[in-house]
Design a protein around this ligand. Sequence first.
Ligand SMILES: O=C(O)CCC(=O)C(=O)O
Ligand SMILES: [Fe+2]
Length: 309
Amino acid sequence: MTPTINIPRLDLLHYTQGTTDQRHQFSKEIGKAFNETGFVTIANHGMDKALIDELYAVVEAFFALPEVTKLKYEIPGLAGQRGYTSRGKEKAKDATVPDLKEFWQRGQDDNPAVNELPRFDEITGEVYRRLESAGRELLKAIAVYLDLPEDYFEGKVHQGNSILRAIHYFPIDEPDSLPDDAVRAGAHEDINLITLLIGASADGLEVLTREGTWYPVKAHGEDIVVNVGDMLQRLTNNKLKSTTHRVVNPPREQMKTSRYSVPFFLHPKADMSLAVLESCIGADNPKAYTDITAGDYLDERLRAIGLKM
Ligand SMILES: O=C(O)CCC(=O)C(=O)O
Ligand SMILES: [Fe+2]
């Protein structure tokens, strides 16, 4: 059976610089895809190949540092929201074992500079700003799809709690000694409004179809993958879908290779209300969630994934 899946490739320039018709079409297509599958791929997102190559170079160099050096940047009390998080710390909400990964996170401010790598801070900062700006444009297109004012999200996400995460899925040296259910990233949904992901061209990312099968996500060239998170699903009373996804381990002959990816989790400010939009409630779609702020919701979720006590 062919799975019901719609992951279109959209050109962001059609929204930011397009004609009225192109802008409308873009909104319609991203809305439809977010309603059906929760995933799109995006071309012309504002980062050229040179910047992405540089990003990978500094990210690889960081994870290649000795563990003792990296541990200097693992800062207690911040729930992994800044700096380094070592192996074995984060697990998917319903998983029993931690993911096979280590990662670095930077936010809007208060980011520790990596003294060993002079360009690390500059490059990750530049990528943060570019993805934030692409994300704000995407939210405008989504607001239009939802019949909200185009700038509905602007004040709520500007200077918000967004996080850029550089992930290293390390080589698996002894696959036979792993617990059965240990994977690079266990099945999960993202917490935030939308996620913009660089690096999905490497195999491994899969989405769960409505039929309950796993479907690999492939992005073309430097395209990024963008998906709906739980905050947007909640706000829209499930009209936009936060689809379960995971990163599987490589085939046996590639177990000893690393995989890198860099998701940008677009979060609003803590005081944004995630109360369901009135326009998304109807007789056939009763209000499915209680009212909560983005900040309280985030705290709840960070506890569930083991990053916050
Ligand atoms: O590494 C990837 O391709 C996806 C990572 C992911 O889903 C996440 O960090 O939430
Ligand atoms: Fe994810």
